[in-house]
Design a protein around this ligand. Structure first.
Ligand code: TXA
Ligand code: MG
Length: 321
């Protein structure tokens, strides 16, 4: 079905579409999501279709608060609860043993379900009005850069969905950190808006298990080639020539006195990692808008949110094989 996609701020309009098993673009603090009724197989399959996403890539369920999650999980281990109490609402996703009411389609047949309470007033207001959680992957076509404003969602999903809820630019700008509690030791499966160091402070036993899988049979969130703009991204440290050509665009962490390229882009002029994180995806989209074929980039400092940015840059610059 083709829709005339509308961007609006009407929570009840969004609810109405969702109640009718249709999809709505929703703002969250991390990135915009493509949301549908997470307990309804019809809505959930529409998400996979609209995104062109393979069915083996599971979805995150979004809830209004920690209590609303209880019917969807069999267990809530104490260390998971500790993180939830500390960081929710916020950019953290927990993988917990699923209950029967969660459709297998949501978890791609896995025994674990990914759950999160987002920190965006509009997303929370919407969730409060719904008797079901929202399944919501990032609202981008499979493998492309995640959207951080309503226009990004519109540019790519117009006609596929009826409504996009306006919520301004996503403040965090990178997806949630995913921690799995399915095994003996908790595992960080995806770097994101909560730095690893922050999680380690509260659960020191956590293991970082970020797959950088080169093949397409792995979970796509962990695929090597992911989050990629159309232009080719190349690490500056792999540049072999004597002098960097001024006409090639360059993505830098911050501004400095000497200019290397005539087309320098800064993730944060003053070198603030939080700001750099929030501008990453929109900057990558700008490169495609400008029609650049090739952009060199420098790695961010390998600490805190810099690690999550480097993870995305690394995946975005890995060639598809
Ligand atoms: O910040 C976010 O998490 C955003 C916003 C919209 O909430 N959502 C998001 O969803 O990034 P998505 O679908 O683009 O990425 C979720 C990733 C999947 O690719 C998968 O790797 C992992 O989460 N995931 C989801 N459910 C899982 C499960 N049951 N077991 C293992 N990994 C899971
Ligand atoms: Mg995604």
């Amino acid at each position: 079905m083709a829709f005339e996609t509308i961007i609006g701020d009407q929570i009840l309009v969004a609810k109405d579409w969702l109640d009718r098993d249709e999809l709505v673009g929703i703002p969250t603090e991390t990135v915009y999501g493509l949301a549908g009724n997470g307990l309804n197989v019809k809505s959930v399959s529409k998400i996979f279709e609209a995104k062109n996403r393979p069915y083996f890539d599971p979805l995150i369920l979004h809830f209004k608060d920690i209590n609303a999650i209880k019917t969807c999980v069999r267990e809530f281990p104490s260390s998971a609860y500790k993180l939830a109490a500390l960081f929710w609402p916020g950019p953290l996703t927990l993988i917990l043993p699923k209950s029967e009411i969660v459709p297998d389609l949501v978890t791609a047949g896995s025994d674990g379900v990914a759950v999160r309470v987002p920190q965006h007033p509009i997303a929370l207001k919407l969730l409060e009005k719904l008797p079901y959680p929202l399944a919501a992957p990032s609202a981008n076509p499979f493998k492309y850069v995640s959207p951080t404003c309503s226009q990004h969602v519109y540019d790519q999903l117009q006609t596929k969905i009826p409504y996009i809820l306006e919520g301004g630019p996503s403040k965090v700008g990178i997806e949630s950190t995913i921690v799995s509690f399915l095994d003996e030791a908790p595992k960080i499966l995806r770097l994101g808006g909560i730095p690893t160091e922050e999680i380690q402070k509260y659960i020191p036993e956590v293991i970082v298990d970020i797959q950088h899988a080169p093949n397409s049979s792995a979970i796509p969130g962990q695929l090597a080639h992911h989050y990629a703009p159309k232009c080719q991204l190349i690490p500056l440290d792999s540049f072999k020539g004597e002098k960097f050509p001024k006409e090639i665009p360059l993505l830098l962490f911050h501004k400095s006195k000497t200019k290397i390229s005539d087309f320098e882009y800064y993730l944060s002029e003053n070198g603030n990692l939080k700001e750099a994180t929030s501008s990453l995806f929109s900057t990558l989209r700008e490169f495609d808008k400008a029609g650049f074929k090739k952009v060199y980039f420098e790695w961010m400092p390998d600490e805190g949110l810099g690690k999550a940015i480097n993870d995305r840059l690394s995946r975005a610059s890995t060639k598809e094989n």
